[in-house]
Design a protein around this ligand. Structure first.
Ligand SMILES: [Zn+2]
Length: 344
């Protein structure tokens, strides 16, 4: 028990980076209720306890129902501001000193919410966190793969012309099955030609070949999830050789039954095989925890030790899309922490 607490304290205070978090997946139960009341939306829940119980879903459909309910109450500039500020405040509490956040306009544009509304709310919160406590933030324009590629290209063009410099990268999210990487080659070619960095979800529910295809056909620099790469040993060797980062989300994988139990998770095998694995929260309020809770759960259920936890954190800063100088500063800060606070 004491040892568990010592690890929790140590990992909590460590300066960390998060590379895979969907802003819509950070909506808290109390904020959902507060926004629903503001907009006069009738929810099937009366209290924070009721919503928290609903967050304890056991299948993908109930997760999606709840997720869409959440995006349905985020409508105006203040809503987007508070959504972002809530998450960035959690970053401060969890010592997530750098975060790369996925923003998905395609969840809102069809409801008549403009990109300008979203971005002005987000920008206000990001500016406040940067000025307030030096929070480092980059935004990823995450496109939804269950929608046509042309739709994604349109959103990219809109974001690029209306908010130049606001997004560092593009990503590809939503259901993999039936929506392979080969359908998005033009989107990625266009993004690269405009100077964007690139990442894509692959190898979560989709097969290992989706990881290889994301690298070969889309030219991505980073893979979100990628855990099913283990089904192709040659691919694991390649990921290690080319130092392709995987943004792994352990609690999410258990919640969505990619692994039955955390004890079955393969991320430490990949790490030990030399793959640049990182730990992330994905949709933290829906999947049972923010970044620290993921690390603590790995310590409890997968015997994650301090040495590997430090390696995972170093990987995240190295795999970030930060410019070289900022990256070096963040790594130096981590080194100072590790020198002053050896792992328990
Ligand atoms: Zn994700």
């Amino acid at each position: 028990m004491q040892e568990r607490q010592a690890f929790a304290n140590w990992i909590t205070a460590m300066p960390k980076a998060e590379l895979h978090v969907h802003i819509d997946g950070t909506l808290t139960a109390s904020r959902l209720l507060d926004r629903a009341a503001k907009h006069g939306v009738d929810l099937p829940y009366g209290s924070v306890e009721d919503v928290t119980k609903a967050y304890d879903f056991d299948n993908l459909q109930s997760f999606l129902d709840l997720y869409y309910l959440g995006t349905g109450v985020i409508r105006d500039e203040e809503d987007f501001y508070l959504l972002m500020l809530d998450y960035l405040t959690t970053c401060r509490e969890q010592h997530i000193t750098h975060t790369e956040i996925m923003v998905e306009p395609q969840s809102y544009l069809p409801k008549g919410v403009s990109l300008a509304t979203m971005m002005s709310g987000f920008k206000q919160a990001v500016d406040e966190a940067q000025a307030g406590w030096g929070q480092s933030v980059l935004l990823i324009l995450s496109l939804l793969r269950h929608l046509p590629e042309e739709d994604g290209i349109d959103v990219l063009e809109l974001a690029h012309s209306s908010f130049p410099g606001s997004f560092v990268a593009i990503g590809l999210a939503s259901s993999e099955v039936g929506h392979p990487p080969v359908g998005f080659t033009e989107l990625y070619a266009r993004a690269r030609s405009l100077g964007y960095r690139t990442t894509a979800h692959a190898g979560e529910e989709g097969p290992a070949s989706f990881v290889a295809d994301s690298l070969d056909l889309l030219g991505v620099e980073r893979i979100d999830h990628g855990i099913r790469s283990a089904e192709d040993p040659a691919l694991v060797v390649r990921l290690a050789r080319e130092q392709i980062p995987l943004t792994v989300c352990p609690l999410s994988n258990v919640k969505l039954k990619v692994f039955e139990r955390l004890e079955d998770h393969n991320l430490l095998e990949a790490l030990d095989a030399g793959v640049k694995v990182t730990v992330n929260s994905d949709d933290p309020t829906y999947f049972g925890g923010f970044l620290n809770e993921n690390f603590i759960a790995l310590h409890e259920h997968l015997l994650l030790d301090g040495k590997r936890a430090a390696r995972l954190t170093r990987n995240a800063f190295e795999a970030s899309f930060l410019p070289a100088k900022a990256k070096a500063d963040k790594l130096a800060e981590l080194d100072r922490y590790l020198t002053d606070h050896p792992s328990p």
